[in-house]
Write a protein that binds this ligand. Structure first.
Ligand SMILES: [Zn+2]
Length: 568
């Protein structure tokens, strides 16, 4: 890695080149944001002095104090440029002809998407390649510079500058299917046996999208290639198997988890694609309304107690818990012992988190691991899922003995968790004093910003939900109800009408609700008490987010229960 500006003819000022000559600026910035402690920064500096040839930022990355994404984000902030991941993207070949590959490699830049005159160019370090240089290299284009991780840019250059015609066997086809899924932001790739073919589908924003057929002649070879890739036994065709491996696209690593089960038409394989580099979602990206944010922060401030997140599989419960733990003040994170028990560990959390993986097949269950974890003297424990009474009881005991415990439950709403825990046999009186909060969450799709249209019912909803819509919150205010337009020609969302997802939440802090918990009161009784404090239900949070164009009313009605509206 090199951010040292090289001498070049006509080098222009203002590229930030002199600033990046200070090798420690990034370290200082990380200390300022609290991501790195002053002690860690000092240790890193000592290490660096032994080998000053290494870029300091690279050393920070190697020590696990900064990720490639963090480095890119810091550079983006410093040069006021947007930051993007370019893994899975490809070079715009026409634009690529304007610049020799060796220059692209040396300057670490890649021309990506072109739309009319507008050309996106990703650079690793804007100090080494300025906007002026870009204008000179790509005349007749409006160049939009963006910052991306260096390794990803080099990956795109290597993968697409050379001819991609190499390899045409089943292994190559399978790899292509995976890369296409990554480029489409898919979380899973499904290979489903039909009578004579293999149906390929990708899960994008929670929905399965057909991505092609593999015909009869190639079908067995592709399934075998998938099993080899997942390091599974290819001779075993009658029993379910699991596998895992890593895929590197544009130098960005993706973890793959394979599940293979025999179906009547043949073996069915699902591959989960985990982008570790995406990291933990910060609070700022959760589209939280102020009261919910305040309540979540209050839950984090309890020195001990229990907090549950509820929702069906795939509603982002664990993701929310990771965001919550990362929202602890950095100085506190450094001084706390935080242990997570997960099944599986999908996202490796940096720095001060000790992550354990549950594996029921070898008896490493949540309850068994939890017993041992408590001897490790943790301050904060995350129990990935509460499935049985044993886990619920040990978690409760841990909370009673001075730990702050987080876990998840499969219930339809936040308040239902209170009822479920009591039904599991936990003492309602103990529960009443230990349970600090319950949170319900769903993920709903965001309408595509390029093709959504104002909703024909917008005015009607604005009237119906007027009280909710006056609340202060994220995004533009006012009634901006939009309707997704699937099927319209759109490059960004590939005519699906939606792009990405956002959470809708109900956050119920339980201070003052002890009596209601002890008597297992109905949700309505709790809400009467909680509404004045700003607590809103899933549906209500959804409506106010739909009014800001963050999602659509169609999505809200599909995800949460609300009052029936004629002719929706
Ligand atoms: Zn669109």
């Amino acid at each position: 890695m090199s951010t040292a500006p090289e001498a070049r003819p006509g080098a222009e000022p203002g590229g930030g080149a002199t600033e990046t000559r200070d090798p420690f600026w990034l370290g200082r910035e990380l200390v300022q944001t609290g991501a790195v402690t002053p002690e860690q920064f000092a240790s890193a500096r000592t290490l660096w002095r032994r080998n000053p040839a290494e870029e300091f930022s690279a050393l920070l990355e190697r020590l696990g104090l900064a990720s490639a994404a963090q480095l890119a984000a810091a550079l983006g902030r410093r040069h006021a440029l947007p930051v993007a991941s370019v893994a899975g993207r490809s070079l715009d070949r026409a634009a690529g002809r304007l610049i020799p590959p060796d220059l692209a490699r040396r300057k670490c830049l890649v021309p990506l998407r072109r739309e009319n005159r507008r050309l996106e160019v990703a650079v690793a370090d804007p100090a080494a390649y300025s906007a002026q240089e870009a204008r000179r290299d790509f005349p007749d284009h409006d160049v939009c510079l963006q910052v991306a991780p260096r390794a990803e840019i080099l990956g795109v250059i290597e993968e697409t500058w050379r001819s991609p015609a190499a390899g045409d066997g089943a292994q190559a086809t399978f790899e292509r299917l995976l890369k296409e899924a990554v480029a489409e932001r898919a979380t899973d790739l499904h290979l489903e046996p039909r009578e004579r073919s293999l149906d390929v589908r990708q899960r994008i924003d929670g929905r399965l999208v057909h991505a092609g057929f593999i015909e009869e002649g190639q079908r067995e070879a592709i399934l075998q290639a998938a099993k080899i890739a997942g390091r599974m036994d290819i001779a075993e065709r009658r029993r379910p198997q699991d596998g895992r491996s890593t895929l590197v696209v544009g130098a960005r690593p993706y973890h793959l988890r394979f599940s293979c089960i025999p179906a009547v038409n043949g073996e069915s394989i699902v591959i989960r694609i985990i982008d570790e580099a995406a990291g933990v979602r910060p609070f700022a990206e959760l589209d939280l309304f102020p009261a919910d944010r305040r309540h979540l922060e209050e839950l984090l401030r309890h020195p001990h107690g229990l907090v549950y997140v509820t929702g069906p599989t795939g509603s982002g419960k664990t993701t929310l818990l990771h965001s919550l733990l990362h929202h602890l003040p950095a100085a506190e994170i450094n001084e706390l012992k935080i242990i997570t028990l997960e099944e599986p560990v999908e996202l490796r959390l940096p720095r001060f988190f000790l992550q354990l993986e549950v594996d029921e097949r070898i008896g490493r269950t949540f309850s068994e691991l939890l017993r041992h974890v408590l001897r490790h003297d943790p301050n904060v424990v995350l129990v990935g899922e509460t499935r049985d009474r044993a886990t619920a009881e040990i978690t409760l005991r841990a909370a009673l003995t001075g730990r702050l415990c987080f876990s998840t439950l499969h219930t339809t709403g936040a308040w239902a968790a209170v009822i479920r825990l009591a039904e599991m046999g936990l003492d309602p009186l103990v529960l009443a004093t230990t349970l600090k909060g319950v949170i319900g969450q769903r993920l709903v799709r965001r309408p595509c910003p390029d093709c959504a249209r104002p909703h024909p019912q917008a005015e009607r909803w604005s009237g119906r939900f007027a009280a909710l819509l006056t609340e202060e919150g994220p995004g533009p205010t006012g009634a901006a109800f939009v309707q997704a337009q699937p099927g319209r020609a759109c490059l960004r969302c590939r005519s699906r009408g939606y792009f990405g997802r956002t959470p809708i939440l109900e956050v119920f802090p339980l201070g003052g609700a002890e009596a209601l918990i002890a008597e297992r009161a109905p949700e309505a009784a709790f809400l009467r008490q909680a509404r004045p404090r700003g607590c809103r239900t899933l549906f209500e949070d959804g409506v106010r987010k739909a009014a800001r164009g963050l999602t659509t009313m169609e999505e809200i009605y599909a995800a949460a229960e609300g009052p029936a509206l004629p002719e929706l």
